[in-house]
Design a protein around this ligand. Sequence first.
Ligand SMILES: Cc1cc2nc3c(=O)[nH]c(=O)nc-3n(C[C@H](O)[C@H](O)[C@H](O)COP(=O)(O)OP(=O)(O)OC[C@H]3O[C@@H](n4cnc5c(N)ncnc54)[C@H](O)[C@@H]3O)c2cc1C
Ligand SMILES: *[C@@H]1O[C@H](CO)[C@@H](O)[C@H](O)[C@H]1NC(C)=O
Ligand SMILES: *[C@@H]1O[C@H](CO)[C@@H](O)[C@H](O)[C@H]1NC(C)=O
Ligand SMILES: *[C@@H]1O[C@H](CO)[C@@H](O)[C@H](O)[C@H]1NC(C)=O
Ligand SMILES: *[C@@H]1O[C@H](CO)[C@@H](O)[C@H](O)[C@H]1NC(C)=O
Ligand SMILES: *[C@@H]1O[C@H](CO)[C@@H](O)[C@H](O)[C@H]1NC(C)=O
Length: 538
Amino acid sequence: MRAWLLFGAVSAAGGIALVSADVIEPSNFNVTEELLKLGVDVSSIPALKSFSGTKTRSTAGACAAECGSLKFLFGSQQVNAQNTTLYKNFTNSFWSEQQEQVQPYCVFRPLVNSQVSIVVLLSLFTGCPFAARSGGHAAFSGASSSAGGISIWFKDMNAVTLNVDKSVASIEPGNNWLSVYSALEPYGLAAVGGRAASIGVGGFVLGGGISYHSNLYGWALDNVQSFEVVTATGLIVTASETVLPDLYWALRGGGNNFGLVTKYNVYTIPCPTMRGGSRIFTENYFTEVVNAFINVVNNATMDGKAQQYVAFLQSQGTNIATAELTYTEDVADPVIFQQYRNIPAIADSTSTKTLVEYVKYLEADNPFRYREVYWPIAVQLNEEFSNWVVELFISLIPQVINLKGANPVIIYQGITEPMLQNMTKYGGNALGLDASTGPIHLMHVSFWWDEQSDDDTVYEWVHSFWTQVIAKAQDMGIYNEYIYMNYASMFQDPITGYGEANKDRLRKIANVYDPSGVYQTLQPGYFKLNGPPVTYSL
Ligand SMILES: Cc1cc2nc3c(=O)[nH]c(=O)nc-3n(C[C@H](O)[C@H](O)[C@H](O)COP(=O)(O)OP(=O)(O)OC[C@H]3O[C@@H](n4cnc5c(N)ncnc54)[C@H](O)[C@@H]3O)c2cc1C
Ligand SMILES: *[C@@H]1O[C@H](CO)[C@@H](O)[C@H](O)[C@H]1NC(C)=O
Ligand SMILES: *[C@@H]1O[C@H](CO)[C@@H](O)[C@H](O)[C@H]1NC(C)=O
Ligand SMILES: *[C@@H]1O[C@H](CO)[C@@H](O)[C@H](O)[C@H]1NC(C)=O
Ligand SMILES: *[C@@H]1O[C@H](CO)[C@@H](O)[C@H](O)[C@H]1NC(C)=O
Ligand SMILES: *[C@@H]1O[C@H](CO)[C@@H](O)[C@H](O)[C@H]1NC(C)=O
């Protein structure tokens, strides 16, 4: 297979950093011949018989041809047409209603990596657009499902295997973090992964990945040994710190712009029993809560076992703060959380839990099938500013609280110094962050509501809130351009937030591995290299 030729070329040259574009896509690249190498003879496929010319075809015509071809090759269990039970299982199992509403022409469920190559090549051949889904937790429309196109669902590629010394787990993208942790637990192992059960491995790792273990080991993307990835021309390559290191770097933060990842080979970590839960505080203690939050972010350098996030919200008319305080060891009263314990809580669910139990417990806080938006910003950690932002947010809640089903929340997290230091591992990642300016405060609005007719009202409200917050942060000189891709709204541009140099480098790498821009144009959903999915214009 061509994958092996590529490896040969690279190792013969001594592990060079960049392969040239003509190795990935030679000038005589012929998609028909590439498909033949994978055993697919387009001339024998009925759906492609009357298929000619690539210029004037409609998307529906292209996708009818491609879905028909895939069905001919793989059958209706793997290629689900609209209105079938299997198709509805796909659409009905997204986290947000916005993604649930998207109607692809068909859903394709690959079983092995070569079938992923085939679907990419067939899309090149037909021009039918596609999207790929792992856990389906991205919130906005089209992020991981293609309206009228092909939605590739990795669900059935769900193996988790360990290498001989158990230092690396190979995880296929059909897994969520519950299935990964459940597979590794019998070995006393875990991985740096998600904090709620149903979050997918696929999107989580490519955008960042904040874990309970991130103050010890960094984010998920900083704990990847290598990626197996299907490139724009259907090649299956493995990128690591030493082989195709530029592609490896780009995948660590670059999202879905460089290929479809068919295997995440991640370093394993030990999995001791944990202790944690949420403590709920009333509004009169908000300044104490913010103070405790700030100190726990700063104290991450002293005790990496602690992890926290704090949500400020209104619950049945009462403003509250919920601090999720987690310790990756079964310790009753870790010193680092002392300040929180000094604040009287109206409820406290702290208990001893395994990691598997923990992610199941958090799942309950994040129900499926609502209208949803996540929308983050970042600033340098600053206590006075943190208090001001909470006050502003709480003061604006009455403007939207009467929308049906409205649940506006602002969540505080630290991008701590140990997290930032760990971003230098394995050649660094694409996020453009470093530890030199101290801890970063990641703030995000998480809002769910019931009615589609309220979408614009919600988006305008969040936008206007952040506009005020950003203006003040800029005045104070503490605004940070970084936008966390995994939380980003469709109006944001995380790639630009990585800084000019990194954006430029990502584009150059895309020019090598995807010279025709397949992952930019045939896969239009989610955050592309040249701008946000939707320009804000409300
Ligand atoms: C309830 C909830 C809890 C969360 N908790 C956390 C948390 O603890 N920490 C944290 O950091 N983030 C968290 N997030 C954010 C989470 O990281 C993102 O939503 C992430 O995108 C989810 O990944 P997914 O695979 O489920 O999403 P998907 O919607 O399946 O994918 C997101 C994007 O990645 C692409 N993609 C997926 N798989 C692949 C692949 N194999 N190859 C190429 N591209 C791929 C998709 O095409 C899509 O564009 C949470 C989100 C929710 C809704
Ligand atoms: C691509 O290969 C097929 C099969 O070998 C051939 O029929 C076709 O002419 C080739 N196309 C081009 C543009 O060379
Ligand atoms: C699926 O059902 C909808 C609603 O009944 C209908 O409009 C649509 O044409 C159907 N699609 C197919 C492919 O049958
Ligand atoms: C489809 O979804 C239903 C309801 O969630 C579930 O019971 C069923 O097992 C699913 N079928 C398949 C094949 O996934
Ligand atoms: C945490 O920070 C506070 C304030 O800086 C300090 O007084 C305290 O000793 C720290 N606790 C730990 C466990 O490091
Ligand atoms: C990652 O963080 C841990 C915990 O603070 C620290 O011991 C380690 O040195 C960090 N790694 C790097 C490369 O900075």
